[in-house]
Design a protein around this ligand. Structure first.
Ligand code: AR6
Length: 187
């Protein structure tokens, strides 16, 4: 059951749509988690995904930490796990930049989050993906600036030729979506 409805767009020939809703309720192939480098859970989107998805996700995250990222997942990188009890099939976990902590590389790192997440989805033959507004909560990224970096990254990725037919941007509040609509660079 889809509990949020498309409120604006679509953009980029119908491949990008915007909704107001809860990322954990999205019925798509893969949802993206705004994780932290520990991959062990947290608040916000991360807390909601682990709470609804259940223990299977945390178990896989622990294994990824142990086998591939003992120092933690760096900002801008992404990994994929099962989605446990979520309606989606997979979860991509990516670590957004903490605003003001990366020597002005924040936009580059936020773009890398989106592009690496999209790349993992394509590599795993996914056709639809839903993103929250990465870094715009606890990590303090100004939503207007995030809209610019996010939309440019998605637009560049979709132009590379792939079968992804839905990139859904999920905003928690209508006011968040309105900021995005005023500042995005989709054309
Ligand atoms: N569905 C959709 N969007 C949501 C939801 C939800 N269920 N919950 C919050 N948002 P945040 P970050 C919005 O803080 O800034 C965690 O503790 C929220 O309003 O989840 O990347 C992690 O473990 C905001 O606009 O992610 C990290 O330590 C956006 O999603 C840290 O927070 C992102 O907010 C990551 O911070």
């Amino acid at each position: 059951m889809q509990t949020s409805k498309a409120l604006d767009g679509p953009f980029l020939n119908g491949r990008v749509c915007l909704v107001v809703g809860d990322i954990t309720k999205q019925t798509v192939d893969v949802i993206v988690n705004a994780a932290n480098s520990t991959l062990l859970g947290g608040g916000g989107v991360d807390g909601a995904i682990h709470r609804v998805g259940g223990a299977a996700i945390l178990e896989e995250c622990c294994e990824i930490r142990r086998s591939r990222y003992p120092q933690g997942l760096p900002s801008g990188e992404a990994v994929i796990t099962t989605a446990g009890n979520l309606p989606a099939r997979f979860v991509v976990h990516t670590v957004g930049p903490i605003y003001g902590r990366h020597d002005e590389r924040e936009a580059e790192l936020l773009a890398a989050c989106y592009k690496n997440s999209l790349r993992l989805a394509v590599q795993n033959s996914m056709l639809s993906i839903a993103f929250p507004a990465i870094s715009t909560g606890v990590y303090g990224y100004p939503p207007a600036e995030a809209a610019v970096a996010t939309s440019q990254a998605i637009m560049e990725f979709l132009a590379t030729g792939n079968l992804l037919n839905e990139v859904r941007l999920v905003f928690f509040k209508q006011s968040d979506m309105n900021v995005f609509l005023r500042h995005h660079k989709f054309r």
